[in-house]
Design a protein around this ligand. Structure first.
Ligand code: ZN
Length: 344
């Protein structure tokens, strides 16, 4: 079969690799129907050290179960399923708490040698705990929005929960990538009254407004902080969704939170220490978040997708085949595309 392998920064190749096969009795084999390229794939795309063996890429997909191991009970061949970006056993203490990304058997697709989803098929470890069966056919018109349940919509929702978004609150979203845009959807869905999107790309801002953003702040640093305070009676917002992960974006997120406010971080940190220890301390600001347990959120978000109340699939503005994946990485990295869907 064909799959995407990254060999170093800027070096993405489509290669013929061995077909995946059942190794453990809890595995399933999934044929990929739709996959996509994630903003977090751009971190290795811009910084990965050269590798002889390469890394199989992709952690978001919808597929059809082709084969299952002897112990798999909840999915069967022919089922259309969504694959969260992390696999999890579904049985440990953390899975029961709805924190599958801290599962004692967790692993992340397309990372650390684990097979990725920008491919024709892949092996799904712990299939019972990981895969979520969808009540649709594989060519359903809702496929783009359903695909976002594997990562970006669940991640935006997680940021909103960590930032304690609630009815009537003011919210700022730092970052106008697909996760930030889904964060706007999540904030509106949870009843936020004011939603400030912080970004500077015209296409993304336009979509953010359609998703429910009420104000746009395109400045950066101190100017951005001043703008947000000006929009919120001088105090800052109740809730900040930090969807980037850079030092400056986290500093801005903390600086625009009002005293007693909360910052929900879902941008993968590109730093070791959280900046702005003193401002967050003196403001009594809660800093939360982490890798979203998107598996836990599918139950809650799926009805809104199926019944058309939210349409996160609009973040996809380019659809490509597997052979075009290297150019898809380039397009997202050059901000030519918001998010690229792959139809293998
Ligand atoms: Zn678990």
């Amino acid at each position: 079969m064909r799959a995407t392998v990254m060999y170093g920064a800027g070096d993405v190749r489509i290669e013929t690799v061995p077909d995946p096969s059942i190794i453990e009795r809890t595995d399933a084999i999934m044929r990929v129907v739709r996959a996509c390229i994630c903003g977090s794939d751009l971190w290795p795309y811009t910084s990965m050290a050269p590798s002889e063996t390469g890394q199989s890429m992709g952690h978001e997909a919808i597929g059809v179960v082709e084969d299952i191991g002897a112990d798999v009970r909840t999915v069967k061949p022919g089922d259309v399923v969504v694959m969260p970006f992390a696999f999890s056993d579904g049985t440990c203490e953390f899975c029961h708490k709805g924190l599958q990304t801290a599962c004692v058997h967790v692993g992340f697709f397309g990372n650390n040698g684990i097979n990725g989803a920008q491919a024709e098929a892949l092996r799904i470890p712990l299939a019972d705990g990981t895969l979520f069966r969808l009540p649709v056919g594989e060519e359903d018109a809702l496929m783009p929005s359903l695909l976002t349940l594997s990562d970006v919509m669940g991640t935006g929702h997680h940021a909103a929960l960590a930032a304690k978004v609630a009815p009537g609150k003011s919210v700022a979203v730092v970052g106008d990538g697909a996760v930030g845009l889904c964060g706007v959807i999540a904030a509106k869905r949870l009843g936020a009254e004011q939603i400030i999107i912080m970004g500077r790309h015209a296409d993304r801002i336009a979509l953010a407004k359609e998703f429910g953003a009420t104000d746009i702040v395109s400045e950066r640093g101190a100017e951005a902080v001043a703008r947000v305070k000006g929009l919120t009676g001088g105090y800052g917002v109740h809730s900040v969704l930090e969807c980037v992960g850079l030092d400056q974006s986290v500093e801005t997120a903390i600086a625009i939170a009002r005293p007693g406010g909360a910052v929900g971080r879902v941008g993968v940190p590109q730093h070791e220490a959280i900046p702005s220890a003193r401002p967050s301390f003196y403001g009594n600001i809660t800093i939360g978040g982490g890798p979203a347990p998107v598996r836990a959120y599918i139950d809650e978000l799926l009805p809104d997708v199926l019944e058309g109340r939210i349409d996160p699939g609009r973040v996809f503005d380019r659809v490509i085949g597997l052979d075009e994946v290297p150019d898809g990485y380039r397009a997202m990295n050059d901000r030519e595309a918001i998010k690229v869907m792959v139809n293998p």
